[in-house]
Design a protein around this ligand. Sequence first.
Ligand SMILES: *Cc1c(COP(=O)(O)O)cnc(C)c1O
Ligand SMILES: [Zn+2]
Length: 425
Amino acid sequence: MTLAPERASSTQPDIVPNPATNLVCKHCGATYPLSPTHVCVECFAPLEIAYDESLLAAVTRESIAAGPNSLWRYSGLLPAGHDPRLRVSLQAGWTPLRPAPRLAAELGMRKLWVKDDSANPTHSFKDRVVSVALSAAREFGYTTVACASTGNLAQSVAAHAASAGLRSVVLIPHDLEAGKTISTSVYDGTLVAVQGTYDDVNRLCSEIAGEYEWAFVNVNVRPFYAEGSKTLGYEVAEQLGWRLPSQVVVPIASGSLLTKIDKAFREMGRTGLVEPTPYRVFGAQAEGCNPVADAYQRGAETITPVRPSTIAKSLSIGNPADGPYALDVARRTGGAIVDVPDDQIIDSIRLLARTEGVFGETAGGVTVGCLRRLLREGRLDPDAETVIYNTGDGLKTLDPLVPTATPTATIKASFTAFEAAGLGH
Ligand SMILES: *Cc1c(COP(=O)(O)O)cnc(C)c1O
Ligand SMILES: [Zn+2]
């Protein structure tokens, strides 16, 4: 056996080894080769990526720091994108970890940061997962990428596909807000408005996925897509100076993001990138779509699906695939999962804007609202180092703010009118 020369040639300076070894069933542990598939044929549970621990452990702080200022600095810890020539990238990631002293003071906290993923190329955290998913799709030889979405995923898939010369087919409910339709359509992929609800769109997608050789980012390449969320764990630890925060608050839609932040923290502790210090993971949902918070509250193991009705549309998944795993993470780490009503989501968007100059989308309002509730109920330690995740830009969800975010006054164009309105004091 003369493996050594091949090894050497596969690790040219800018090509890192792929640490992913296979797919593994999250329920029964059955393993499968790395391939575009997402469900265990034994038990129908979701599949996830498993890694070669020694390859993960070979990644050092120095090798990461020498990488690009994007999520691809962690390519040695991801299942796709190891060859930069095949990588699909708009340079998502490496977003600011903003100290939030004024918000902390208002809430009676000592040390608080906002991980601000509104700074991504299409202004939501979805750019991380899409970049990894489309890189995997290209490596598998797909030339068409597709998804069902209510907005953030749609725009990100259309943008990344455009940049890589891939064909995109994005399916959305026909009654989506104009802003979301425009910001997807502009990239000139195929955009299909379906006369039905998001659930109808999803069902249609599964049917199409069975008939066409396309990479559906949240269906057949979902295990690869999901790993992109690990970078939101890695980055926070690196930006804190290579250590884990004590507490994190994470918004939940399918629950994938929350479980992958935990996966990243555990992995870094195991491989020696950080000290394996204890941390607690808190989940945040809107009251109008709270299946995971509800199960947490009831002490249940399984999720009871709900019909979503909330302004937090980016989190509106009534039957979240990773909900049970998010429950496990919150319980294992000593966290909790709570919800907030819509009026507090709006109030919390404004609080974050007023104190820190960060305009989050409704998902950010959910996170800040849940942080406040957790503090009020004494479940989150106000003295411990805490990171909250703002996963999207407020410009994406203006509608709920229209009634209240108005000018201080509307006046005639004269100095006397300005004085009369009492605006000088
Ligand atoms: C998709 C999304 C999330 C959560 O994603 P899951 O991994 O499905 O839980 C959070 N915030 C925003 C803005 C999103 O678009
Ligand atoms: Zn299984």
